[in-house]
Design a protein around this ligand. Structure first.
Ligand SMILES: *Cc1c(COP(=O)(O)O)cnc(C)c1O
Length: 371
């Protein structure tokens, strides 16, 4: 699905030297690269504060802790997402209110958000799924009207640009109250272990986020609030600093691969290629097809695998049908779009190192097995 080795080969000199320097200096925690990467990412995103942390799930949890949400508060998020989004809501004793997504862009359905707002609703967590932004302008308007926080889950869409109706542009994750991202190795900006970050333009919130990520500590050994221990280590910061310089190139390479696939599948009636949002660029964390009703997905995956092609299902089971998230609030059948997508999506290999020969081979095999 990804070729992290090929990508590494191109930045090997810088990464190897940087990692060796960390080992020589033994500044494994809070070494200079952490601050440098933080500043580089702030500049890249045009955001006032980036707070690095240990992973994307922690980023979401710390964000919700910083907003002082209380047990019983309702948080609205998409039913079609990675489990981490809903997990932290439940973990903090908040009530996850799942809503359906749009059938074309896979993003959270804004009308469904509005329908589910109650006096207990405190926050909306849009997920910029597979690499393009949810409809942030509409979501921010709803949030303003109902006085809600917006926590963007930008784990899959770092670098995507959202365009407002007045032409103004902003990077994914910098529009809401807080943005949360992940540097898991296979993410668009991935490190060589775990990593994550939180973004905000709010000075006071930034102070609080930093404090929570660091044991709730304001001054050494003074703990003002309940916190966690969540750090980005120096070696990961070295890798991320080197890769951030190439992030736009990486997105361009992913877009080239996506355009190749689009073209190759354009006359295949059994495949629906990804629909581009009119308001967001796409950074193609995933290239996700919708298979026609006549196609046996399990068999197709097996046949592709026999031909050396991995293909993944993101995500096979909707959140509201997972045992851990069963609730009186929703039952099977409540989110028809999510349920349909979970049954028909298939993601093809998508990364920065796909050449035309490989893409042609994948496309030919997929076409042959589905036409
Ligand atoms: C990867 C991911 C996360 C969690 O990130 P980790 O770094 O693995 O904790 C959260 N939300 C979404 C949508 C993701 O894809």
């Amino acid at each position: 699905m990804v070729d992290l080795k090929g990508q590494y080969e191109k930045i090997k000199t810088e990464v190897d030297a940087g990692i060796q320097e960390v080992i020589n200096s033994t500044a494994f925690i809070n070494g200079p690269a952490v601050k440098e990467f933080q500043a580089d990412l702030e500049a890249y995103l045009h955001v006032k504060h980036v707070i690095p942390c240990a992973n994307g799930t922690d980023a979401l949890q710390i964000a919700m802790m910083a907003l002082d949400l209380k047990p019983g508060d309702e948080v609205i998020t998409a039913s079609f997402t990675y489990v981490a989004t809903a997990e932290v809501i439940g973990l903090l004793g908040l009530t996850p209110v799942l809503v359906d997504v749009n059938p074309d862009t896979f993003d959270i359905d804004v009308k469904a958000i509005e329908k589910n707002i109650t006096p207990k609703t405190k926050a909306i967590v849009p997920v910029h799924l597979f690499g393009q932004c949810a409809d942030m302008e509409a979501i921010m308007a709803l949030a303003k009207k109902h006085n809600l926080f917006v926590i963007e889950d930008v784990a899959q869409a770092i670098g995507a640009d959202y365009t407002f109706s007045d032409g103004r542009k902003a990077k994914a994750g910098t529009i809401g109250t807080i943005g949360c991202t992940s540097f898991f190795p296979s993410k668009n900006l991935g490190c060589y272990g775990d990593g994550g970050a939180i973004y905000t333009n709010d000075d006071e919130l930034a102070r609080k986020l930093k404090m929570i990520a660091h044991h709730g500590q304001s001054v050494q050994y003074v703990h003002d609030v309940l916190g966690v221990n969540s750090r980005l280590d120096t070696i990961q910061a070295v890798v991320l600093k080197a890769k951030l310089k190439h992030l736009d190139e990486y997105a361009a390479a992913r877009n080239r691969a996506a355009a190749f696939y689009d073209q190759a599948f354009s006359s295949n009636p059994n495949l629906k290629t990804p629909v581009r949002s009119k308001k967001s660029t796409h950074v193609f964390h995933q290239y996700t097809l919708q298979l026609g009703a006549g196609i046996d997905r399990a068999k197709l995956r097996e046949q592709l695998s026999e031909r050396g092609i991995p293909a993944m299902i993101y995500y096979p089971i909707p959140l509201h049908m997972q045992n851990a998230y069963k609730s009186d609030r929703f039952k099977a059948g409540d989110f028809p779009v999510t349920e349909k997508l979970c049954a028909c999506v298939l993601s093809l290999p998508m990364h920065t190192e796909l050449d035309n020969e490989t893409l042609q081979y994948i496309a030919d095999q997929v076409n042959e097995l589905t036409k």
